[in-house]
Each structure stands twice: as structure tokens, then as C-alpha cells.
Design a protein around this ligand. Structure first.
Ligand SMILES: *Cc1c(COP(=O)(O)O)cnc(C)c1O
Length: 356
């Protein structure tokens, strides 16, 4: 158990009016969680303090060599008034996997969960209530040694900030158009692809720009070696429904293991829908499309939960999916996952954790 010191703000900000749209990642709550690390003390001084800027040495290692990790999960106001987290232990387990990959000290799982619970409880009033809204939780760790040599840092800061977010789809699930990238790559096996770290995002920005210029909202990445096998979308994993079977790329080492991805696979198994995690080539997808067997395509991620895809552009080929509308099964996954998150559907799989 962490002994978390709590210092409340004396100058609370107004909580945003929910009738105004909440733009993702622009508003932050009154408090933040902070905990420091050094090699002698380990993780120490866990505290909740007023939300405020950081003061760091310009030589702090995070600015130079990218030793940084992050997570993303949400707290929901359930229909019965409880505050729920969705599978937080999956995020915490993944956080420590990321830490191990980029030489950041791990955090005991129970301490990590206690930190999330404590900060969410302090700013519980900031959780919006309207359908589809939530409180986004962003834990992250940065390397803080003031040193320009290349090695893992000996000191770190673990911080959790919170941001109320509006409905991802205020007008109902809106299918997206996706650009299949065959020039730039996001990650390679043995690299950082399965770690949740900023480095993967900076690697993706150039192709994201290219997609936007072409009128597409997201990039679908192919593998970094042959540029042939499907990997994932920007900040989402990808699923295809081909001839009645749900298929998704298997975790190869260069794909981020999404919690939502795992939840969709679990639901398929629970419902008895055939589901396969396997290597999928882009040619295979195009062939299924040509034969009229590519029935649904959707992305999965914490932000949107399910993001239906209405168009895939690969080279000169344009694939139009499900007549531009959300597929039946995509809708069912969305309704079920969000239903569990909001406590509207019985949580048979034990996925929610109450914040008390
Ligand atoms: C976070 C993330 C995802 C989605 O993971 P969830 O746990 O489902 O939110 C997918 N791809 C990348 C690159 C990510 O960073």
C-alpha cells in the first residue's frame, strides 16, 4: 500500500458544462498524481497535488533520447452512479511490459491501481455523466536525469493526469476512411512496436500527414520488413469479418496489444463466433473483398471503443466496406463493451472495477 499524501487545490477550476462539446485532451482536472524514483529509494513520495506545470532541467534525459512511456484508460459514470474502471489491470500489466522494454523501473501492480483509484476519487466530480462521455486517464513516466550521455536514467517521474472527454461519436458511430501505407513503416519486430511509448507516435506522423492530405483519417500499417502483412491502425488494432469469421493480426512483437482488442476476442469466444489471430496479408484482404467476402472492418481502441471502417485505400485499389455503414457485428461489439463500461449490461466477464 502506498501512503499517498493529498494536497487539494485552493483554487478549483470550473468544471466544464457538458452541453458544450468536450474536445479530446484539451481540458484537465484540478489535480494530478506524482511519484518519484531514484535507484536508492525506489519509487517514493506518492502524492496528489494541484494540476501544475513541471519544472525540469533542460538536460533531462526524456528530452533527448525519448525514454518515456504512457498508458490510456477511462473512468465511467455508471447508470447507477458508481464510478467504474474497465480492465485497469490489463493496462497496468502492459505498462510494466513497456517499462521493461525501455529500461524504466516497473511499478507494483497494486500500487499502480491504488494511484489511479486515488486520483480518480479526488477528481470524481469531473467525470461527465452524458451518454458516451468519460474521464480519460493518462498515466506516464519520464526519465529525469540531467545528463546527455546515452544510458537508462537513474531518476524518473510517474505522473497521472485526467481529462474529461466527450462522446467520440456525438452523432452515432461514424465509419472512417483508412489509408494503407506502403512506404513508411511504424515499427519492426524487435523494435518498440509492442510498447506504448511516444517514439512509436513520432514515427507515424509523416504517414498520418500523407493520409490526411489524401482525405483519409487514419493509416493502416503494414509490416516493416515485407510491407505485406497487416499490423494495426494509428492508435487502434484492426479486425476484419471475412465470410463469417472475425480475424485480426496476431501479436507479432511489432503490434500494440490493445485491451479493447483482447476484449473483442474474448467476446467472440464467449459468444461462439469464430475468431482467428493470424498473419494476414493485404493481398488476402483484397482477394476477400473482390470475392465479396469482406463483410466488416473495424478498429478497436480505448478512445472510440469500436471504429467502423467504410473505405480502405491500398495503392490504386479502393475497397468499400458494408455499404458505408457500420456492420451488424461491429455494432454489437460496441453496444456490449460500452454497455458493460456503463453498468447497463451484466458484467459476466468481471471486467469492471469500482472506484470507491
Ligand atoms: C493504445 C494503442 C492501441 C489501443 O489499445 P487499447 O488498450 O485498446 O486502448 C492500439 N494501437 C496503438 C499503437 C496504441 O498506442
Amino acid at each position: 500500500m502506498l501512503d499517498i499524501r493529498i494536497e487539494k487545490t485552493t483554487n478549483p477550476k470550473p468544471i466544464p458544462d457538458e452541453s458544450d462539446p468536450l474536445v479530446f485532451g484539451t481540458i484537465f482536472t484540478d489535480h494530478m498524481f506524482v511519484m518519484d524514483y531514484d535507484t536508492e529509494k525506489g519509487w517514493y513520495d506518492p502524492r496528489v497535488i494541484p494540476y501544475q506545470p513541471l519544472s525540469l532541467d533542460p538536460s533531462a534525459m526524456v528530452f533527448h533520447y525519448g525514454q518515456e512511456m504512457f498508458e490510456g484508460l477511462k473512468a465511467y459514470k455508471a447508470v447507477d452512479g458508481r464510478t467504474l474502471l474497465f480492465r485497469p489491470n490489463k493496462n497496468i500489466e502492459r505498462a510494466n511490459n513497456t517499462n521493461r522494454r525501455i529500461c524504466i523501473p516497473t511499478i507494483p501492480e497494486e500500487d499502480f491501481l491504488q494511484a489511479i483509484q486515488t486520483i480518480v476519487k479526488v477528481d470524481e466530480a469531473w467525470i461527465p455523466h452524458k451518454e458516451g462521455t468519460s474521464l480519460y486517464i493518462r498515466p506516464f513516466i519520464i526519465a529525469t536525469d540531467p545528463y546527455l550521455g546515452v544510458r537508462p536514467s537513474n531518476t524518473y517521474k510517474f505522473i497521472i493526469i485526467l481529462s474529461p472527454v466527450g462522446a467520440y461519436y456525438p452523432e452515432g458511430l461514424d465509419p472512417v476512411k483508412i489509408w494503407i501505407e506502403d512506404e513508411y513503416v511504424r515499427a519492426v519486430r524487435g523494435g518498440l512496436g509492442e510498447a506504448k511509448t511516444g517514439a512509436n507516435y513520432v514515427a507515424s506522423m509523416k504517414a498520418q500527414d500523407k493520409a490526411h492530405e489524401g482525405g483519409y483519417s487514419q493509416v493502416l500499417w503494414l509490416d516493416g520488413v515485407e510491407r505485406k502483412y497487416i499490423e494495426e491502425v494509428g492508435a487502434m488494432n484492426i479486425f476484419f469479418k471475412i465470410d463469417g469469421t472475425i480475424v485480426t493480426p496476431k501479436l507479432s512483437g511489432s503490434i500494440l496489444p490493445g485491451v479493447t482488442r483482447d476484449s473483442v476476442i474474448c467476446l467472440c469466444k464467449h459468444w461462439g463466433i469464430p475468431v482467428e489471430e493470424k498473419k494476414i496479408s493485404i493481398d488476402e484482404i483484397y482477394e476477400a473483398y473482390q470475392k465479396g467476402k469482406l463483410e466488416e472492418v473495424f478498429g478497436t481502441g480505448t478512445a472510440a471503443v469500436i471504429s467502423p471502417v467504410k473505405e480502405l485505400k491500398w495503392d490504386e485499389h479502393i475497397m468499400e466496406i458494408s455499404g458505408g455503414k457500420i456492420g451488424e457485428l461491429s455494432q454489437k461489439f460496441y453496444d456490449t463493451v460500452t454497455g458493460i463500461q456503463l453498468g447497463k449490461i451484466k458484467d459476466e466477464l468481471g471486467w469492471t472495477v469500482e472506484v470507491k
